[in-house]
Ligand binder design. Sequence first.
Ligand code: SAM
Length: 216
Amino acid sequence: MRESIPHAGVCCVTMDWSTFYKWQAGRELRATFLTGLEALGDRAPGFAIDLGCGDGLETKELIRRGWRVLAIDSEPGVDERVRAAVGADDVLGSDGAPALEIWQSDFAEIHELPAADFAYAGFSLPFCDASHFPYLWADIRDSLRPGAVFAGELFGPDDEWFGRPGMNFHSLAGVEAMLDGLEVIQLIEDNQPGRSFEGPKHWDVFHIVARAASPN
Ligand SMILES: C[S@@+](CC[C@H](N)C(=O)[O-])C[C@H]1O[C@@H](n2cnc3c(N)ncnc32)[C@H](O)[C@@H]1O
């Protein structure tokens, strides 16, 4: 991990994501991602957003299943990394239109998200600066079409990284409030010692799957 203090009063932590990607090489699809897909039931593949797409594994799986995907990540090289994961420079949907769009963007630079049937954010939202996170969450909520599913992780107050600048953390009550108005399909708090790519770490993670209301 590299830490930097760009200027007085505003501090950020820069995680070494390239080390993370190497550490995660050969990983399985995230369980919360698969639960999110299950929650979509027999809804036909539509448009998905993969926020903090990382190595592109979940984006690749969505493309394989026939989804169109917007993959977003701030880390340089995301375009090449995700296209390499998907195995093609250009991915076309069944209608011949591009099925994969990639934004190299910090969450703090996002001011609107396209309407989506599935918004997935695997272990990425905690790395949005707390000052911007409410806006990002509002954008995610706004992006959900009727019956669309959100799946992803947030970190709780017992997490060892609690208080790191540039991140956000939430109590269980806070997460429940954020999910107000959605049908909560899964809300699991995993609060226990484990490992991160930096070494031993106490995790406090909420694994969330929630669905926007469908029209009657
Ligand atoms: C822990 S990794 C998770 C990656 C992938 N979703 C996974 O499950 O393996 C977090 C990802 O979020 C990205 N990220 C971190 N902070 C970000 C920010 N502020 N804006 C956009 N992406 C960010 C990182 O580049 C990294 O790829």
